[in-house]
Design a protein. Structure first.
Length: 265
């Protein structure tokens, strides 16, 4: 079974899909499985292998799915003595399970390949992200205009999820040419598990976009996922400065920063 699990871990990495590897790293006394026992949990909740079955396994799967969502490993400790006090079993032993998320490489998707989008593509690539560009104007969505991008999707924004698998490590940056474009394209993006959906523009532009989307039936809850205006406040003006502002926000969110000046921390 371990060989099958290892093959599946490699398969997940090659396909750019998410999962969590759960391994018993400590077992003492009577426990349902021994040290080294493994279970691989997929993002949809199904799994292969086992760490013991029953309530214990149910709790580990729940933690594994949370690890896939937040990208953080965790060490779980369980006593198997008294369910009345919250223990997941009555075997009498103790065990620890290490849950390690397996995540796709983070990807920046720039929607709107004009001057600001081009600057974001360049900076994101330099920072080590895989970068895709989407624009329904082919002249902005090609290797000649955006040479730093890895992937090109010359399709309307609304159709992007049909062509690109958007996962929990995908950051969508909308550097589009106007509210009308955002209104047409955002609903399909809001149905994806993207880690970040940011829309460039002023507060007024987003207010207009948001109002129209609400009128079209998009829920308040869905719209809470949108970040707009995007970026950190550095009084950016040029496309390159705006790109720094946007990518600084992405790095801050990924790394748990607070955006304050280092001298003030």
């Amino acid at each position: 079974m371990d060989a099958e699990i290892y093959r599946e871990v490699v398969n997940l990495a090659e396909k750019g899909e998410a999962g969590a590897l759960c391994t018993i790293v400590y077992a003492r006394g009577s426990t349902p499985r021994h040290e080294g026992s493994k279970m691989l949990v997929y993002a949809d909740g199904h799994f292969i292998g086992t760490v013991g079955g029953g309530e214990l396994e149910s709790r580990v799967i729940k933690e594994a799915l949370e690890a896939i969502r937040d990208g953080r490993a965790r060490l779980l400790r369980y006593d198997m003595v008294d369910p009345k006090r919250g223990d997941p079993g009555v075997c009498g032993g103790q065990l620890e399970v290490y849950v390690e998320p397996i995540l796709p490489k983070p990807k920046i998707v720039v929607i709107g390949g004009g001057h600001v989008g081009k600057a974001v593509v360049h900076l994101a690539k330099w920072l080590g992200f895989r970068v895709a560009v989407c624009d329904d104007r082919p002249e902005f969505c090609n290797p000649e205009f955006n040479p730093d991008a890895d992937e090109f999707y010359p399709v309307p924004m609304a159709e992007l999820p049909q062509h690109l698998r958007i996962h929990s490590q995908t950051y969508l940056i909308l550097t589009t040419r106007g509210s009308a474009v955002d209104v047409e394209g955002l609903p399909s993006l809001l149905e994806t598990p993207a880690a970040y959906i940011g829309v460039i523009g002023s507060k007024r532009r987003w207010a207009v976009t948001r109002k129209t989307l609400l009128e079209r039936g998009v829920s308040e809850e869905a719209l809470k996922r949108v970040v707009s205006p995007i970026g950190l406040e550095i009084n950016a003006e040029t496309p390159e400065e705006i790109a720094v502002s946007i990518m600084a926000e992405i790095i801050m969110l990924r790394n748990g920063g607070n955006g304050r000046r280092m001298a003030e921390n």
